[in-house]
Design a protein around this ligand. Structure first.
Ligand SMILES: [Zn+2]
Length: 187
């Protein structure tokens, strides 16, 4: 943190990660666990959206063990290798789960996350009753908010490819948007 000559040219995944936990906090609290976009045991996953974003903003590709996050091909390969084993999002490790989020990042850009993630904190100020309260409500809210932000129906991507349980009501809410799935887009 205090070694600027080291930090400036190379960045530091671990340090950006810890700062990420600060940014990842619950809208109504000062701690990071159990925020509305961190369902299915993903505290050490969504935090790394902040680390990857910091490296991308600085234009640094080399991230030691996390360099794969800089490349859409490497992200795709990590996701495919994991999903080919018949696993679900909830069964992934921190990197495998992050691959799902970065598939969306590489397809649609960081603006989607810049809109959706702060939206939860804004809602805490504006109308906290609209924040999802249960794990299922959090999964559903993620589908709906990310679909609206990308302008695409992501229900087959999240629900079928990554096997995140989604309610019929949430799927219905985005059904009129054009379907997108990273798998289909390669055909
Ligand atoms: Zn951590």
């Amino acid at each position: 943190m205090v070694d600027l000559p080291q930090l400036t040219p190379t960045g530091n995944w671990g340090w950006f990660h810890e700062l990420g936990h600060e940014a990842q906090r619950r809208p109504d609290k000062s701690w990071s666990w159990n925020n509305p976009y961190t369902f299915d045991g993903s505290i050490e996953v969504t935090v790394n959206l902040y680390s990857a974003h910091a490296f991308d903003q600085l234009g640094m590709r080399d991230r030691k063990g996390w360099t794969w996050t800089a490349s859409s091909e490497a992200v795709e390969e990590k996701a495919t290798t994991f999903l080919d084993k018949g696993k679900t999002y909830a069964e992934g490790n921190a990197g495998e789960k992050l691959a799902m989020h970065l598939q969306v990042r590489h397809a649609f850009g960081w603006d989607v996350y810049r809109e959706v993630l702060p939206g939860y904190s804004k809602q805490q100020d504006d109308d906290p009753s609209q924040l999802p309260k249960s794990e299922q409500a959090e999964r559903d809210a993620w589908l709906v908010r990310m679909s609206k932000a990308t302008g695409h129906n992501l229900s087959s991507f999240y629900g079928e490819a990554w096997c995140i349980p989604l309610s019929p009501e949430a799927i219905k809410e985005v059904e009129d948007l054009p379907k997108w799935s990273s798998v289909e887009s390669k055909d």
